[in-house]
Design a protein around this ligand. Structure first.
Ligand code: ATP
Ligand code: MG
Length: 559
């Protein structure tokens, strides 16, 4: 298979180097990676980093990637999450070679546990979770042997079978590995391999009441699937000896290797399914796909593209030290992606009516404008212009501050793609609120006519009033006020009350066919996405993806 798109140099990370060496030395014949989410929530941008890494490494070396649901905790998991995860991985542009559920392997895992018992490497322990913790020792002190550590193989086999049959209550017994209670690595001090949980499982129903622990299940899943490079995040580095122990002790044919890379953290948001679920459950946000959420589904609804997310993941790279990436770097990549793709039109978010008193009543002329001034290939569009238009309220100041070049009494501005207009009269309601401006226009100044008679300093956007279409604009700011507060458990105390604001305004009539996920650049306002959830035949709703400019320097964006 030929690669059409060479990977940028920055993506030549340590995992790729390991893979390249393993292929060269003949240690492995074919690369197999996996993306192993637990279906206990929707995927977030951190998962996207792991997805890109696993799929792109395998792809580059002509290998394979599996999608595997790590469904070993029935209490927290659900098929809703399974379906959303599949959708998100596909949407990001990746397709798995094979799909697995850890629960497909429960029987084999059970048999391997029986093997461990027979070899004297596992025992049934009656200590409570609390007592197991208390007798585990500390970094400076060894743990204490469980009084059940010396049970006979026969007794262990009998008890383990009865655990499976459901003869015991939750927490009454566990199966533990018999390794070393004095190991300097606490993970090796007789870790729990199986727990009892009388719970209904979304995949296996009521077939099982004992469930394997992550540290036991994960290496076995990898080995059963034939995974060669098991890539996980740094917090599992201390678990690696246990990972290797399980593979060896269970006598697996395939010996996968675990490698750890740094988690992605992004400023001003939360990045853990547990916390994201809290935001959903406490109705701080409008579901997992709320456009403020760092979930893949939230980013999609906000208007992010798979291309922008993939480029972002490449840019941040794969490192061995944790860091936090500025959310503005993500914004940078969506601007880059939409710059040449998104049609550019005008929208007025907070309208103020203007009547052009010297423009003929009843006349509507069509003005021509390029659809994207940076991409001629997109062609031209036609915009109606007439005696009545809307402009932004803040493009007018009755008493202008110094340096204000937009509309104020007596001042002339350029209407984008149209004419110069001059503010002649301000109309107010009884309460003194400005409700309308009366202006005159100069027919000589038509855009594109080559007029050079005089210059004006301000250019403002507008929408023709009689044909304008009402639209709702949803404007977003980061969910969390403080850059790093999302990492703490008290993140709910740092919510940004301004994270969502809705305004009612107008778009050009040529937007009437805009449908779910169409993206536009609204002159001066930024990039917007048609909200697929709220837009209907009667109502256009736009999510602002990102404003146009930022003071952000992309070259310094990596934390
Ligand atoms: P969370 O705490 O958000 O639930 P998790 O690690 O428990 O995260 P899993 O469903 O177990 O979530 O993750 C699937 C894969 O995605 C794992 O290999 C995990 O290491 C990786 N992953 C999860 N979060 C991140 C992140 N922030 N950055 C990079 N990779 C991540
Ligand atoms: Mg998890």
């Amino acid at each position: 298979m030929e690669r059409t798109k060479p990977a940028p140099a920055s993506s030549n990370h340590f995992i790729k180097q390991i893979v390249a060496e393993d292929l060269k030395s003949g240690k492995v014949k074919e690369i197999v990676t996996r993306f192993p989410p637990e279906p206990n929530g929707y995927l977030h941008i951190g998962h996207a980093k792991s997805i890109c890494l696993n799929f792109e490494v395998a792809d580059e070396f002509n290998g394979r990637t599996h999608l595997r649901f790590d469904d070993t905790n029935p209490l927290k998991e659900d098929t809703e999450y399974v379906e959303s995860i599949k959708e998100d991985v596909l949407w990001l542009g990746f397709d798995w070679e094979k799909l697995f559920f850890a629960s497909d392997f429960f029987e084999e895992m059970y048999n391997r546990a029986v093997l461990l018992i027979k070899k004297g490497q596992a025992y049934v322990c009656d200590l409570s979770a609390d007592d197991i913790r208390k007798t585990r020792g500390t970094l400076t002190e060894p743990g204490q042997d469980s009084p059940f550590r010396s049970r006979s193989v026969e007794e262990n086999l009998d008890l383990f079978e009865r655990m499976r049959k459901g003869e015991f209550q939750n927490g009454e017994k566990v199966l533990r590995a018999k390794i070393d209670m004095a190991s300097p690595n606490l993970n090796m001090r007789d870790p729990v391999l199986y727990r009892i949980s009388h719970a209904h499982h979304h995949n296996t129903g009521d077939k099982w009441c004992i469930y394997p622990m992550y540290d036991y299940a994960h290496p076995l899943e990898d080995a059963i699937e034939g995974v060669t490079h098991s890539i996980c995040t740094l917090e599992f580095a201390d678990h690696r000896p246990l990972y290797d122990w399980v593979i060896r002790a269970c006598e697996m044919d395939c010996v996968p290797q675990q490698y750890e890379f740094a988690r992605l953290n992004v400023t001003n948001t939360v990045m853990s399914k547990r916390k994201l679920k809290q935001l959903v459950d406490e109705q701080v946000v409008d579901g997992w796909d709320d456009p403020r959420m760092p979930t893949i589904s939230g980013l999609r609804r906000r208007g992010y593209t798979p291309e922008a997310i993939r480029e972002f993941c490449r840019e941040i790279g794969v490192a061995k030290a944790n860091s936090t990436v500025d959310e503005k770097l993500l914004e940078h990549f969506i601007r880059e992606d939409l710059k040449l793709k998104a049609p550019r039109t005008m929208a007025v978010l907070q309208p103020l009516k203007i009547v052009i008193t010297n423009y003929p009543e009843g006349q509507v002329e069509m003005l021509e404008a390029e659809i994207n001034s940076e991409n001629e290939e997109m062609g031209v569009r036609h915009i109606p212009f007439s005696r009545e238009i809307y402009v932004e309220q803040d493009d007018f100041m009755e008493e202008p501050v110094k340096g204000y070049h937009r509309l104020f009494p007596g001042n002339e501005v350029r209407l984008k793609h149209a004419y110069f207009i001059k503010c002649e009269e301000v109309v107010k309601d009884e309460a003194g609120q400005v409700i309308e401006l009366r202006c005159t226009y100069d027919p000589e100044t038509k855009s594109g006519s080559g007029f050079t008679g005089r210059k004006v300093k301000g250019t403002i956007h507008w929408v023709e009033a009689t044909q304008a279409r009402k639209a709702e604009f949803r404007l977003y700011e980061p969910l969390i006020l403080d850059a790093s507060a999302g990492e703490s458990d008290s993140f709910l105390d740092n919510l940004n009350p301004q994270s969502f604001v809705s305004v009612q305004g107008y778009v050009e009539d040529n937007m009437k066919d805009a449908a779910g996920h169409d993206k536009f650049q609204f002159f001066r306002h930024g990039y917007f996405n048609v909200d697929p959830k709220h837009t209907s035949a009667e109502k256009l709703v736009f999510n602002r993806i990102v404003s146009l400019k930022s003071s952000f320097d992309a070259t310094k964006g990596k934390g």
